[in-house]
Design a protein around this ligand. Structure first.
Ligand SMILES: Nc1ncnc2c1ncn2[C@@H]1O[C@H](COP(=O)(O)OP(=O)(O)OP(=O)(O)O)[C@@H](O)[C@H]1O
Ligand SMILES: CC(C)(CO)[C@@H](O)C(=O)NCCC(=O)O
Ligand SMILES: [K+]
Length: 249
């Protein structure tokens, strides 16, 4: 069995695959190393042969998680690393090691699935966009705050914006102008993200006409999916790239 981990800024996405068969055995989203450990310990018949992970956390945090997994499950953990070029994709950053590894893996996965020019959009804590041309050249990308950061900034820097998670979820059932604070904020922020998607599509069309594939991934992918009806929603795009970057011989 293979354990795969995508360690983002707020959450750890994990899944266990039956080796080789690539059949999913279990998966989950947790908010701490300890919660990950509890989820994994709770799995019946877990017998890990390999583990691979991608992290955008600090080296210290990633080392601590890796050590815990090696200690608990007796596996060697392979971590995705930066590269100038891989699987036909050329990293477009001036300093290739500065490009977030989650972006890099999603790009590898996207270019592989598209077999041509693609726009990769990731809606997590942060939102990112990356442009990869048909020859694999990464043109660069954009980073902006995601839904969790936008709503928390409003909550933190105003005195009268306060509401709970349930109200937030309900507010997003419609896009009409809000008649309550929660509706106004949640719909406002969600429209900012949809506007972002439309701008990215415009830019991709300016580069490539109609000849490109759009991928949407990340925890808030469904929130913006309506703005790009032709996009492929691929929740595990980072894992597609992770398997490419960290194969087990
Ligand atoms: N099952 C889920 N568990 C946690 N968050 C979820 C889930 N489904 C949707 N979300 C939403 O996804 C967002 C977080 O996205 P995601 O998990 O992709 O990013 P992250 O790990 O926090 O950050 P990063 O951008 O660094 O990867 C939050 O707004 C959260 O509400
Ligand atoms: C932008 C995030 C936070 C998205 O998860 C991550 O990819 C990251 O920390 N990147 C490093 C900065 C950069 O990509 O330029
Ligand atoms: K991510």
């Amino acid at each position: 069995m293979i354990l795969e981990l995508d360690c983002g800024n707020s959450f750890i996405k994990w899944r266990v695959l039956k080796a080789k068969a690539v059949a999913l055995m279990a998966e989950g989203v947790v908010d701490s190393d300890q919660a990950l450990l509890e989820s994994l310990r709770g799995l019946d018949g877990l017998a890990l042969s390999n583990c691979r992970l991608v992290s955008v956390r600090t080296v210290e945090e990633t080392v601590a998680l890796t050590a815990m997994l090696e200690r608990e499950f007796g596996v060697t953990v392979v971590c995705a690393k930066s590269a100038r070029e891989m699987s036909g994709v050329k990293n477009g950053y001036e300093d290739y090691e500065r490009l977030g590894l989650d972006r890099w893996l999603a790009m590898l996965g996207g270019f592989h699935l598209a077999n041509g020019a693609c726009l990769v959009l990731d809606f997590g804590t942060a939102v990112t966009a990356d442009f990869i041309a048909a020859d694999g050249e990464h043109l660069g990308g954009f980073i902006c705050p995601g839904m969790p950061l936008m709503r928390n900034q409003l909550r933190t820097h105003t005195r009268k914006i306060r509401y709970g998670d349930l109200a937030a979820e309900r507010a997003l059932a419609s896009q009409a102008p809000g008649r309550t604070t929660v509706e106004a904020v949640e719909r406002g922020c969600s429209l900012m993200l949809k506007g972002f998607v439309l701008t990215q599509l415009e830019m991709a069309r300016a580069y490539w006409g109609q000849d490109f594939t759009v991928f949407i991934t990340g925890g808030d992918a469904e929130l913006v999916a309506g703005a790009a009806p032709d996009a492929r929603i691929v929740p595990d795009l980072v894992f597609v790239g992770l398997a490419m970057a960290c194969p087990f011989s």
